[in-house]
Design a protein. Structure first.
Length: 340
């Protein structure tokens, strides 16, 4: 499949009540046998070379694909939206100081910076997590998945989250995927890809429809997803995301009971690409999520492939659900990280 296939993908916005190697060379060339008439078959040229994420050196800039929940006007009205991979870097890592910087709005004005002094001593498994006081009087929370996440070793792909307040005041929630992206002209294998190792991470919140206050928060790591990419069309498909979660208790522990939320959320995304400020073409797949049998649910996702020929893939998702028989809302935001 040629990842240059373009489709018109318009971002969505919904107004609702608030709310995880070493260097990897290119795959070995195939062919080299003898063709018809005894003529040696030509050997295809080697594919592009990729550096594993943990082997990157020096200062780094990344262009993540994200979903964002934003509270621009105060109160508890959130705009939920998806953000394709930026045409300029919005996530940075400074090697000498081991500091992460995140551009919240993509215009270079509102930066959040997290240093080793902000590290949380006992983070969730598979994550490096930070907490830092903000101007709103609360804490900004930021995390990055590690190479081993959800029992899977990811050589090229990472996920990141931010929950906090912009310096100008509004609440911002970001869920993103980033890393060493597959080049647009590094075609996926013929026959497509079925990713057999898939991890889900994220948070769900239950919002009181009367007060607008969050009454319960759930960790979504018990959720299950499947993911595949077609090689002969312009679409990829997330065949299902079964959203399940355990409540995050007041002491930070997870409840023993797993709560089943929406068990059949499916979507298809189309490929798109644009040339960035550095002259390099960037790719995305972007789509909507629909919940079968749950007409009160609506969502979206955005992501891309990582490493040679899309050996890894990830996307950020966001989904809002009106609880039947009430005016309460459930908001789910997180990432699906997959490996062939």
């Amino acid at each position: 499949m040629n990842l240059r296939c373009l489709a018109l993908c318009a971002p969505i916005a919904m107004l609702v009540a608030c709310g995880g190697g070493g260097n990897s060379a290119a795959p070995p060339p195939t062919g080299g046998g003898v063709g018809a008439g005894g003529t040696p078959a030509p050997t295809p040229p080697p594919g592009p070379s990729y550096t594993a994420f943990d082997d990157l050196t020096g200062d780094q800039g990344f262009r993540p694909g994200c979903t964002r929940s934003l509270n621009p006007g105060g109160g508890f009205q959130l705009t939920l939206e998806r953000i394709p991979r930026a045409l300029a870097d919005t996530l940075f890592f400074a090697e000498t100081t081991e500091t992460w910087s995140l551009d919240l709005d993509g215009n270079g004005i509102d930066f959040k910076t997290f240093a080793p002094t902000d590290l949380i001593p006992d983070p969730p498994a598979g994550r490096r997590s930070y907490a830092k006081a903000n101007l709103a009087g609360s804490a900004d929370l930021f995390s990055v998945t590690l190479r081993e996440f959800g029992g899977i070793e990811f050589d090229y792909l990472r996920g990141t989250d931010f929950v906090g307040n912009a310096d100008s005041g509004p609440f911002v929630g970001l869920a993103c995927v980033f890393g060493v992206p597959t080049l647009v002209d590094d075609d996926l294998p013929e026959g497509g890809l079925d990713y057999t190792q898939v991890a889900v991470t994220g948070v769900g919140v239950l919002v009181d429809g009367t007060t607008g206050l969050i009454t319960n928060t759930f960790d979504l790591s018990d959720s299950i997803a499947t993911f595949s990419a077609a090689a002969e069309s312009s679409s990829i498909a997330t065949t299902a995301i079964n959203l399940r979660g355990r409540e995050i208790l007041a002491n930070g522990d997870l409840a023993a009971t797993v709560t089943q939320f929406l068990d059949d959320n499916a979507g298809q995304g189309s490929f798109d690409s644009e040339v960035g400020t550095d002259g390099v073409e960037r790719g995305d797949f972007i789509g909507n999520l629909e919940s079968v049998g749950n007409p009160g649910a609506a969502g979206a996702f955005v992501g891309w492939f990582y490493g040679p020929q899309g050996v890894e893939a990830g996307y950020a998702f966001i989904l809002q659900y009106s609880v039947p028989g009430s005016i309460d809302q459930l908001i789910f935001q997180g990432q699906v990280l997959a490996k062939k």
